[in-house]
Design a protein around this ligand. Structure first.
Ligand code: ADP
Ligand code: ADP
Ligand code: ZN
Length: 221
């Protein structure tokens, strides 16, 4: 594992682009903290916490959870001392107000975002990935019936957990999520380009090639 205490990054991209998959590899390689707002909402919903109760109707429909709810969640997480090991934000920010809040939050903790990686992929490929995705609710690992099968059918390689299909991984919900990405999240590409910290990666390549491109960007930032 490479030690890189100063690696503070954002991973963005449409649903199914490979954020979760690449996050697993980045965490293994760099030992940084993985902060996935999607995973945090799924846990909060399973545990029926106040945040979970607020978020469930949005996530089930494929709609973005309101900014104030997401920002409060990330603020609390980033204020914990383990962020000193470097952080990887997966799926946050997803709107301009979230990106502005993140700029303030990271300034307050003295750990600004150094690089934003945007994974790019065609909708026709994304939908196929989404409907064949299976996930481990225990450790968050992502598998695919076509491209990334677990060693034993239905079982997580990492932790032995039972794999499930996400409730929102349907064709209908995908269409809503892609629409939300294009309207609310895609404007972040210009936002971060202007700051000179955006790196774009072709997410249609195989998993290792995508990871290789991300590593190259991180090594020069
Ligand atoms: P995201 O977190 O961006 O929604 P995931 O990492 O969960 O995306 O990937 C979506 C699905 O596509 C998963 O089933 C995953 O195993 C698969 N996948 C991820 N990256 C690739 C790739 N480069 N090529 C083929 N399949 C991939
Ligand atoms: P995907 O892997 O398909 O990109 P995620 O697991 O990141 O999706 O997120 C699942 C759902 O959680 C989203 O569809 C949305 O409802 C909610 N969510 C996650 N992160 C955010 C965010 N930053 N802002 C608003 N809603 C979010
Ligand atoms: Zn697992």
């Amino acid at each position: 594992m490479k030690q890189n205490a100063k690696l503070n990054i954002v991973l963005m991209g449409p649903p199914g682009a490979g954020k979760g998959t690449q996050s697993e590899l980045l965490v293994k390689e760099y030992g940084i903290l993985h902060i996935s707002t999607g995973d945090m909402f799924r846990e909060a919903i399973a545990e029926k916490t106040p945040v979970g109760l607020k978020a469930a109707s949005y996530t089930n429909a494929g709609l973005l959870v309101p900014d104030d709810v997401v920002i409060a969640l990330v603020k609390e997480r980033l204020s914990k001392p383990d962020c000193a090991q470097g952080y990887l934000l997966d799926g946050f920010p997803r709107t301009i107000p979230q990106a502005e809040a993140l700029r303030e939050l990271t300034k307050e903790i003295g750990r600004p975002v150094q690089a934003v990686i945007c994974l790019k992929a065609e909708p026709s490929i994304l939908i196929e990935r989404i409907v064949s995705r299976r996930v481990c609710p225990t450790c968050g690992a992502s598998y695919n019936l076509l491209s990334k099968k677990p060693k034993v059918e239905g079982i997580c390689d990492n932790c032995g957990g039972k794999l499930v299909q996400r409730k929102d991984d349907t064709r209908e919900s995908f269409a809503t999520r892609l629409d939300a990405y294009q309207k609310s999240t895609a404007p972040l590409i210009d936002f971060y380009k202007k700051q000179g910290i955006l790196g774009e990666v072709d997410g249609l390549q195989d998993i290792d090639a995508v990871f290789g491109d991300i590593r190259k960007i991180l090594e020069r930032s």
